[in-house]
Ligand binder design. Structure first.
Ligand code: KG4
Ligand code: ZN
Length: 351
């Protein structure tokens, strides 16, 4: 069979990303980050994101093609994230992919952003094993997913309030570590004592597989107020490190406990061939270590993306899902009518 060249676009949040792949090999994976634009607001502003995507998308496409040493005419399949994400941001990528697909008369594959995070591990170890359990932890989502076979998913549990990454970012902000602070918080946590401030384990007595992070976040806020006597003084470096370590420990424990509960519940009838960790928070070293320890007891291998870049939002992960869809000829039938879906769910993936 001939090589298949795919150009994939992801504009789901605050990164304009375009990747070019040849089958399952990444030829380019360009990410134009808008972090600096959103920093003053302490979060992503949808209208600012939309404008930045519009301004950058053509340049990022050109750069992705140039890095891959290809032209638009060489592309066999165009692919784009249709959701979940910010509607105004998604719109830019979807409209551009429609335009390219119609102009070059090539098929268009649409990809769920979370499916991308899940398949990002394939760059380390192809192909994915079925059935698997996926723990997807990003800035907007936290979910445990039963991966039955390619493109058949069941969400077993999800957050009832904040996502894991969102909680890391919010606590980092309270500690004055900037935005987005998840990664910086994890660095401060390395120096801290995780036993200094015992936060309550969320949902310890709730017998489902959902997550909740708002309780730990509120506890961190109360603690910081107490320590600084309602902002009359700043936190010391030691306090910041200790709070970061205590928060990270409890957040990771919550994620690992929920994963353990899922395995306990399902192990009688299902043998998971792997646990897949995906999304931005999968870059967290403590989370990887604690999950690895847990899975050793179950003799299940843990897979996570090969590089930090592949953990975060990027279009290469969209390209790899598109490759599988292309093998199954799952293309959009009516390109003109295609619309973004900001609330797209993994258990409702469109083909
Ligand atoms: O998947 P992603 O790039 O974007 C979304 O789809 O949301 O995830 C970004 C999230 C941010 O909340 C960021 O703070 C978090 O991943 N993150 C981390 C680490 N690196 C990134 N959280 C904890 N520890 C890290 N090392
Ligand atoms: Zn993401």
């Amino acid at each position: 069979m001939n090589d298949m060249y795919i150009l994939a676009i992801d504009t789901s949040c605050d990164e304009t990303s375009v990747a070019v792949s040849k089958d399952t090999t990444i030829l380019s994976n360009i990410i134009s980050s808008q972090v600096e634009l959103h920093k003053p607001f302490g979060g992503v502003v949808p209208s600012v994101a939309k404008r930045a995507h519009q301004e950058r998308i053509d340049l990022v496409i050109q750069k992705a093609l140039k890095t891959a040493k290809l032209s638009s005419h060489d592309i066999d399949v165009f692919a784009v994230t249709y959701g979940p994400g910010l509607a105004p941001a998604l719109e830019v990528g979807v409209e551009k992919a429609k335009e390219l697909s119609l102009l070059y008369k090539k098929p268009l594959a649409v990809v769920n952003h979370m499916e991308g995070h899940l398949y990002a591990v394939e760059f380390r170890r192809a192909p994915l094993l079925f059935p698997s359990l996926a723990l997807l932890v990003s800035g907007n989502h936290t979910e445990l997913v039963f991966v039955k076979n390619p493109s058949e998913y069941e969400i077993l549990g999800e957050t009832v309030d904040d996502a894991a990454g969102e909680a890391f970012d919010k606590v980092a902000r309270m500690l004055g570590l900037g935005y987005p602070g998840g990664k910086i918080l994890a660095q401060f946590a390395k120096q801290g004592d995780p036993t200094s401030y015992p936060f309550p384990l969320p949902m310890a007595r709730v017998d489902d597989l959902n997550f909740s992070f708002s309780g730990i976040k509120a506890a961190a806020m109360r603690l910081i107020k107490q320590l600084t006597s309602d902002d009359a003084r700043a936190l010391t470096k030691k306090e910041i490190e200790d709070i970061a370590a205590s928060f990270q420990t409890i957040a990771v424990k919550h994620l690992v406990r929920r994963t353990q509960k899922t395995l306990e519940r399902m192990q009688e009838h299902i043998h998971f061939r792997s646990v897949i960790l995906g999304g931005g928070v999968s870059a967290n070293l403590l989370l990887r270590e604690e999950l690895r320890k847990l899975l050793k007891q179950y003799h299940i291998p843990l897979f996570y993306p090969k590089t930090p870049k592949l953990c975060m939002d990027n279009a290469a992960m969209i390209a790899i899902v598109a490759f599988h869809k292309a093998q199954r000829k799952e293309y959009v039938h009516n390109i003109q009518a295609l619309e973004r879906n900001p609330n797209a769910r993994l258990d409702d993936v469109i083909v």
